[in-house]
Design a protein around this ligand. Structure first.
Ligand SMILES: NC(=O)c1ccc[n+]([C@@H]2O[C@H](COP(=O)([O-])OP(=O)(O)OC[C@H]3O[C@@H](n4cnc5c(N)ncnc54)[C@H](OP(=O)(O)O)[C@@H]3O)[C@@H](O)[C@H]2O)c1
Length: 293
């Protein structure tokens, strides 16, 4: 039995489908059973629980051969670091109580650093918390910037023919499609070929800049003149708050963009082992589908 947290999300939802197609027994965790109907129809066992509920998590983890864990985003959190600590501690305690022996932990590029990385600092702390567990083999997955983040630009593209963020337009970054993360996680959850504490960087198919992305999308979407615009840190923080993100989360996301621009994070040397398959050109098809709606 493999247990997945965040099962209705970008990554664990895809892991579930891969594992179920292979005939694995899968238990899916998210907050509402209704949103997991499709997973149940594919054969998954469903556990509708809050990650904050350690006793329920302990029961859901019990008997698992491996568990995939993550700290989900919570964009309106008044104190995001406090929220990350509550979820992180609950996951860690449930692993301890349930006696599960193999954990695949969704972390991030930059989680090796103790500060100045925005929300990634919470993942640094979570890696440390998990590394303190006795007798548990832990694989920390450290993916790069998700291509899915770029989907937040759909309305800007539709209405103003621009895309933008606080990240420098000319900076080549490792970017990954979540499907590549899911494939890697599914394989490792099944093989359980890790022991002690290990780290796997996942950097996507190649480094690519926001300017290059805008050029690819311009052609793919048939939108001549589509350009990437770098917004100032102050304007980005205001815009995020205007979109409903809490002041704390807005500040942290800008801190992360700054760390990217300054080369503090997203700078792991690329190797065959940390390179994955999906090129941005393939991911761009998803944009085309969304813009057509
Ligand atoms: N974005 C990036 O560039 C990036 C880069 C590296 C690492 N990461 C990491 O990746 C994570 C996001 O992964 P993702 O995109 O797969 O997430 P996602 O699509 O936002 O999914 C979040 C999942 O968590 C569930 N969830 C939310 N709050 C919950 C709670 N309190 N209790 C139980 N379940 C809860 C949601 O289900 P329901 O809503 O149905 O309950 C959903 O299944 C980030 O938080 C970060 O740690 C992100």
């Amino acid at each position: 039995m493999i247990v997945l947290t965040g099962a209705t999300g970008n990554i664990a939802g895809k892991i579930a489908s891969i594992l179920l197609a292979q005939g694995e027994m899968v238990r899916c965790i998210a907050r509402t059973a209704d949103k997991m109907k499709d997973l149940a129809a594919q054969g998954a066992e469903i556990a509708a629980i809050q990650l904050e509920n350690t006793a329920a998590l302990d029961r859901a983890f019990f008997g698992a051969d491996a568990v995939f864990i993550m700290i989900p985003p919570y964009y309106t959190a008044p104190d995001f670091r406090a929220y990350q600590n509550v979820i992180g501690a609950s996951l860690s305690e449930a692993i301890k109580q349930s006696g599960v022996r193999h954990i695949v932990n969704l972390s991030s590029q930059g989680a090796q650093l103790p500060e100045s990385t925005g929300p990634i600092k919470g993942l640094h702390d979570q890696e440390g918390r998990l590394n303190g567990l006795k007798g548990v083999s832990i694989l920390h997955l450290r993916p790069a910037y998700f291509m899915e983040n770029l989907l937040a630009n759909v309305e800007l593209i539709k209405n103003m023919n621009i895309m933008g963020s606080a990240v420098r337009g000319d900076l080549k970054l490792p970017m990954i499609a979540t499907t590549d993360i899911a494939k890697h996680a599914a394989e490792r959850l099944c093989k359980r070929d890790f022991s002690g504490i290990s780290v796997q960087d996942l950097l996507g198919q190649r480094d690519i800049s926001m300017n290059e992305i805008a050029a690819i999308l311009s052609e793919k979407l048939g939108k001549p003149g589509l350009k990437y615009v770098q917004f100032s840190y102050a304007a980005t923080e205001l815009a995020l708050a205007g979109m409903g993100f809490s002041a704390d989360v807005s500040r942290l996301l800008v801190e992360m963009s700054k760390a990217i621009n300054e080369g503090i994070i997203m700078n792991t040397p690329r190797t065959k082992k940390n390179t994955t398959e999906t090129p941005f050109e393939e991911f761009a098809e998803i944009f085309a589908g969304l813009l057509a709606k």
